[in-house]
Design a protein around this ligand. Structure first.
Ligand code: ADP
Ligand code: MG
Length: 339
């Protein structure tokens, strides 16, 4: 019998990996914004065209990369953020897998310009379908500019699977808002087809929420603040009378990262019990800070699902904290339940 197993070439492996990391333009936006934040940027600009299908461009004023790192950043498992398995349990960065840029470059045309702080000259790199087209020196400002064009150009089935520009833009806006809410210490600009959608200065968390969701938010917010040994909760909930039929404004940020947790969401619902009708949804913007060793972020490619060590305790703390905050602000059941 002949031996038939072979190692896939890198560009094929990258394309397969890309299927997991990049579902749609919004996934690229998430990865690029997170890289900009990890690079310590204080200003991040996002420019998209046609719902991200023709262009996703992120410009940051962060650390930038050396010429060699610029090239290496597109290799799979190439990361500056962790170096050993233990580091996975003490993460201070959004990224750690070193897969995003390799995946994106496997399925799009990428144009990167980057310069280290204090360097005389930067680099300009073009990659298409994992192939380096050119690498030159370039006079570019400090920081990184990365433009991703023609997403899924080499996977027609995936490209055809994308939704309308409007729907893709909606997904991009969701990702943008998630990152922009947590990182209110960073200024963001967001343009679609040349028109400005958001222009957010460096501001407080409360101001950022109001800036993102509109002035009407200002009177709706009730502050939440509680610190126990296992969990620190901070942020805002919306007063019960502003509960909505849809689940639009519900955000958990665990250790600075947007997460989805149906279980902890239920703790909120339980805290609002009796104050809102059962078909209504409370608004919340909550930071949940736990010991980095007690949360596993590495259970899903997009990192929005996480695993907490002691979820039952977190549930109980969260529910009583929210109840307490609601009580403190004299939120009485103003609802007239139909009798
Ligand atoms: P990860 O973020 O998991 O490390 P990525 O593929 O997203 O993996 O990025 C690979 C590496 O490229 C990062 O670890 C970082 O060193 C570098 N990098 C990517 N984007 C930027 C950026 N905007 N500014 C500076 N360095 C960056
Ligand atoms: Mg990354």
């Amino acid at each position: 019998m002949a031996d038939i197993i072979k190692l896939l070439p890198d560009h094929v492996a990258n394309q397969i990996a890309a299927g997991e990391v990049v579902q749609r333009p919004a996934s690229v936006v998430k990865e690029l914004l997170e890289n900009a934040i990890d690079a310590g940027a204080s200003n991040v600009k996002l420019i998209v065209k046609d719902g991200g299908k023709s262009l996703i461009h992120v410009v940051d004023n962060g650390s930038g990369m050396s010429e060699i790192d610029a090239r290496l950043s597109f290799e799979r498992h190439a990361t500056s953020k962790i170096s050993a398995a233990e580091d996975l349990f003490n993460l201070n960065t959004k990224g750690f897998r070193g897969e995003a840029l390799a995946s994106i470059a496997a399925i799009a045309h990428v144009d990167l310009q980057t310069k280290l702080d204090g360097a005389d000259i930067g680099s300009h790199l073009k990659i298409e379908g994992s192939k380096v087209i050119s690498q030159e020196v370039s006079a570019t400002p400090k920081g990184t500019s990365i433009a991703v064009k023609n997403l899924f150009f080499n996977i027609p089935a995936r490209r055809n699977f994308l939704k309308s520009n409007q729907v893709e833009l909606r997904h991009i806006t969701d990702e943008f808002q998630r990152v922009a809410l947590v990182h209110h210490e960073v200024a963001f600009q967001f343009y679609n087809n040349g028109s400005e959608l958001f222009n957010l200065p460096i501001e407080s968390f409360r101001q950022r929420i109001v800036h993102v969701f509109g002035n009407r938010m200002n009177e709706r917010l009730v502050p939440v603040e509680e610190e126990t040994e296992v969990l620190k909760v901070s942020g805002f909930i919306c007063k019960p009378e502003f509960a909505k039929k849809s689940r639009g404004e519900q955000f958990f940020f665990a250790n600075g990262r947007f997460i989805k947790s149906p279980y902890l969401h239920h703790a909120l619902i339980a805290a609002f019990e009796g104050l809102i009708k059962s078909e209504m949804q409370p608004g919340y913007f909550l930071f949940l800070d736990v010991d980095p060793g007690s949360i596993d972020i590495n259970i899903h490619p997009t990192k929005t699902e996480v695993k907490f060590d002691d979820e039952n305790t977190l549930y109980a703390i969260l529910r009583s904290t929210i109840k307490h905050s609601l009580g403190q602000f004299n939120v009485v059941p103003a609802l007239d339940f139909e009798h």
